[in-house]
Design a binder for this molecule. Structure first.
Ligand SMILES: Nc1ncnc2c1ncn2[C@@H]1O[C@H](COP(=O)(O)OP(=O)(O)OP(=O)(O)O)[C@@H](O)[C@H]1O
Ligand SMILES: O=C(O)C1=C[C@@H](O)[C@@H](O)[C@H](O)C1
Ligand SMILES: [Mg+2]
Length: 183
């Protein structure tokens, strides 16, 4: 018997950089046959430049304004999987929008694991500092309470592979798996 698919709103991923929001979100959307959106990718699409360029030319505050506009649009969607940027929860207005828009999933990950996953990737401007561990610890202190504030579900991603996290979510949220997917 197929599971009862009772989720009417969106499935929204939050969490620190490198927690797996984009990767796990995309895989979950594939397995459900739902549309996938990523707030970072939408910002890049709309601005026509990489995130690092926005930070460089306009600064973080301007990036956050662009992010807010995208969160407003994405949270108005129905039955989509949405990956947010790591700092999208900083603005209270975004937290309200995301919480009202569906089921919020906090992907929690150890700092060691984030450092391993992100060390080769230069696309995250906030980690291009002398001491990325110290930076991540600061971000965690500030953001972990905000992630918890709006999370409906919390899943650790450093203890299991991507496909296992997705399977756990499908089971836990009683979602209907529509497609056979290799992710
Ligand atoms: N559970 C996991 N096991 C192993 N590797 C993972 C897992 N989750 C994600 N990764 C890897 O970690 C890297 C970062 O993942 P991803 O880009 O999805 O993070 P993110 O949360 O979207 O980060 P950001 O906030 O910067 O957009 C990717 O290379 C991805 O393949
Ligand atoms: O944690 C953050 O503040 C960020 C995370 C990324 O997803 C991007 O949104 C950007 O690099 C900022
Ligand atoms: Mg991402």
């Amino acid at each position: 018997m197929p599971a009862m698919d009772y989720i009417a709103g969106n499935l929204i991923f939050i969490g620190l950089m490198g927690a797996g929001k984009t990767t796990i979100g995309k895989c979950l959307a594939q397995r459900l046959g739902w549309q996938f959106y990523d707030s970072d990718q939408e910002i890049v699409k709309r601005s026509g430049v990489p995130i690092s360029t926005i930070f460089e030319l306009e600064g973080e505050a301007s990036f956050r304004e662009r992010e807010h506009a995208v969160i407003q649009d994405l949270s108005a969607m129905k039955r989509c999987v949405i990956a947010t940027g790591g700092g999208a929860i900083l603005q209270a207005a975004n937290r309200e929008l995301l919480q009202a828009s569906g089921t919020v999933i906090y992907l929690s990950t150890s700092i060691d694991c984030i450092l391993k996953r992100t060390s080769q990737d230069k696309s995250r401007p906030l980690l291009q500092v002398e001491n990325p561990r110290e930076q991540l610890e600061k971000l965690f202190q500030l953001r972990d309470p905000l992630y918890h504030e709006i999370a409906d579900v919390i899943i650790e991603t450093h203890t299991q592979p991507i496909s296992a996290v997705v399977s756990q979510l499908i089971q836990q949220l009683k979602l209907y798996e529509a497609t056979d997917s290799d992710c």
